[in-house]
Design a protein around this ligand. Structure first.
Ligand code: PDD
Length: 292
């Protein structure tokens, strides 16, 4: 089946969908994006993703090129035309096409909008069952990681370092030795006394939509929660560790660098949260494309 992409007003065969050579996303990474999970053809936590998209755009003073409802129609159309039941839909908005020059182009220049969709959501059952290893790397990103910018070079370098070390993800570490987050995931531990810990929101991490949902599910389930930063040493001595994102859901981390976490198998709180999250995805989290 041929894939379809949406670029600036047109639905095109994927292979022919391209941007202008002076698109500011290409020239300056001057744009933002979202990755939204699709389950049974429906978007998961669409409202959260739309709210974050608008916030990212607002911080960079880029306009949303159409109403949220129209964007919902485009997301639905791209998902439908690609016959994606379980997968992801990707949306990028950037500052548009203009002669290469650092300041913003005139306000008459329309932002660029592109949307793609693809099949497949989350790692396979073997990975879920075994859990994954992460490596720790210095966090080399800019000071506004709360903006979901397409400028991902440090994330790309760190993820590649993880791949070359045969790890699933890299946990980035700040100058104080505290874990910020993964390259495309948020980071969590469960302390020896059973408290769920993840770094508080701020400019130093992305406000994960999955993170937000997991916190609400944990609290509703009576799991003690603390939003605070943790060190690499604390993570290595934790009872459990896991990572979260739209594409990985909640996924057990069973080793950090070369240290196993506890007995090196997914922990019970991680497994419980994953189950609650799967229920959420197919229940109240499964939304309507037009409710954006
Ligand atoms: N990544 N932290 C970073 C740096 C991310 O890029 C992401 C998402 C997350 C998790 O956010 P959410 O739960 O809203 O997916 C945390 C997406 C999936 C990506 O870049 O592909």
């Amino acid at each position: 089946m041929s894939r379809i992409a949406y670029v600036n007003g047109s639905y095109l065969p994927h292979a022919e969908a391209s941007v202008h050579v002076e698109d500011r996303g290409l020239q300056f990474s001057d744009g933002v994006y979202e990755v939204i999970a699709v389950l049974g053809g429906r978007p998961v936590d669409l409202t959260g993703h739309m709210t974050r998209l608008r916030r990212s755009l607002g911080e960079l003073r880029i306009a949303l090129p159409m109403s949220p409802r129209c964007l919902g129609v485009v997301l639905r159309e791209v998902t439908r035309r690609n016959k994606v039941r379980d997968g992801i839909v990707y949306v990028q908005v950037n500052r548009g096409v203009w002669r290469r020059d650092h300041p913003f182009p005139p306000e008459t220049v329309a932002p660029s909008l592109m949307v793609t969709a693809r099949h497949g959501l989350g790692p396979g059952p073997a990975v879920i069952e075994s859990g994954v290893r992460v490596v720790t790397v210095p966090d080399q990103r800019w000071a506004r990681r709360d903006i979901k910018s397409v400028s991902l070079l440090p994330n790309v370098m760190a993820k590649q370092a993880a791949r070359e070390a045969d790890a699933y993800e890299a946990w980035q570490v700040d100058d104080d030795g505290l874990v910020t987050e993964g390259t495309s995931t948020n980071a969590w531990i469960v302390t020896p006394d059973g408290t769920l810990v993840t770094r508080p929101l701020g400019a130093d991490i992305l406000a994960g939509i999955t993170r937000d949902t997991l916190l609400a599910l944990a609290r509703a389930d009576g799991i003690p929660v603390e939003e605070r930063a943790f060190t690499v040493a604390e993570a290595k001595a934790a009872r459990e560790a896991f990572l979260s994102s739209t594409t990985s859901l909640a996924l057990a981390v069973v080793a950090i660098d070369d240290a196993p976490v506890a007995n090196g198998a997914p922990g019970s709180i991680t497994t419980r949260l994953r189950t609650l999250y799967l229920d959420h995805m197919s229940g109240v989290g499964a939304g309507d494309w037009l409710a954006a």
